[in-house]
Design a protein around this ligand. Sequence first.
Ligand SMILES: NC(=O)c1ccc[n+]([C@@H]2O[C@H](COP(=O)([O-])OP(=O)(O)OC[C@H]3O[C@@H](n4cnc5c(N)ncnc54)[C@H](O)[C@@H]3O)[C@@H](O)[C@H]2O)c1
Length: 279
Amino acid sequence: MENKAYGLLKGKKGIIFGALEERSIAWAIAEKVHAEGGEFILSNAPVAKRVGTLDKLAEQTGSDIIWADATSDEEIAALYDGVKETYGKVDFIVHAIGMGLNVRKKKPYEALNYNWYAKTLDISAISLHRIVSGGLAKDAIADNASIVTLSYIGAQRIFSAYSEMGDAKALLESIVRSFGYRLGKKGIRINSLSQAPTRTVAGSGIGGFDAMFEFADKISPLGNPDAQSCADYTVSLLSDLTRMVTMQNLFHDGGFSSMGISDDLIAELAKIMEGQGAS
Ligand SMILES: NC(=O)c1ccc[n+]([C@@H]2O[C@H](COP(=O)([O-])OP(=O)(O)OC[C@H]3O[C@@H](n4cnc5c(N)ncnc54)[C@H](O)[C@@H]3O)[C@@H](O)[C@H]2O)c1
C-alpha cells in the first residue's frame, strides 16, 4: 500500500511508551505519528537502555527520551516534569507496555507465582492507571486529549498459552472504561486497541505464539494485521476524526473476533484427520 501521510496530527504533542526495538508496535506507531506531523517524547523502562535501540528511533523522529519505569509513581512524576518543560500539556498518550512474568518463566496458570503475577498486572495494566493518574496530578494532559492502550482478545476469550496475560488485559480494558467515564468530563478520551498476534519481542515471548499467529491468520477474512496497519489505526484514534469515540475496546484483527471457523481451517483440519485415518 502507498505510504501516504495526511497531516492528521499536525500541532499535536504527546508521549509514546513502549518502543523497544524496530519490531515493537510502539516503534511503528512513533514512525506513523511522526509522518502525520505529531511530536512526542519517547519513554521506556531504564532497563531498555541496555536491551533496546530506542536512541535510533529518537534520532530518526527528532524526539527526546525520558526513561521511566511505568510501575514507579516517582519516575512517572519525574517524567511529567520533563514533559511539562518541553510541551506544557500533551494531546495524546500511547501506552504500549506489557510483560507476563509467569508466561516468560513458563509457570502454568494453575501454579502462578503470585509475586510475578502481581508484577505482571502492575506492568501490563496498572501502569496505564499510574500514567493517566500521574498526568492528571501534574495537570499535564490537555482537554480533548486522546489516550490509546494496546490490548488482546485474550481479555475476553481463553487462548490457553496467554495465561495470566488474559487477566492483565481484562484489567487493562476495565481501567479504560473506569477512567473513560471520569476523563470524559474534561473531553479526554481513552480507548484500547485490541491487536491481533504480531511478531514482536513481547509477542514471541508467549509459548505457542507461532501457532496462535497462524490460527488467527487462517481464520481472519483479511488475515493478521501487521504493526504498520496497527499504527495507522492508532493515528486515527489520536486524531480529531475520532473525537467522539471513548471507553471502547476496538478490535484490529482482520475480522478474527467475529469468526467461528473458516474454510481454510476446515481444509487444514480435514487434511490432519485424513492423515490420522490413514495411519
Ligand atoms: N505482539 C502481539 O502479538 C500483541 C498483540 C496484542 C497486543 N499486544 C500488546 O502491545 C503492547 C506492545 O507490545 P509489543 O508486542 O510491541 O512488544 P514489545 O516487547 O516491543 O513492547 C513491550 C514494551 O513494554 C516495555 N516495558 C516492560 N516493562 C516496562 C516497565 N516496567 N516500564 C515501562 N515499560 C516497560 C518494554 O520495554 C517494551 O518496550 C503490549 O501491551 C502487548 O501486550 C501485543
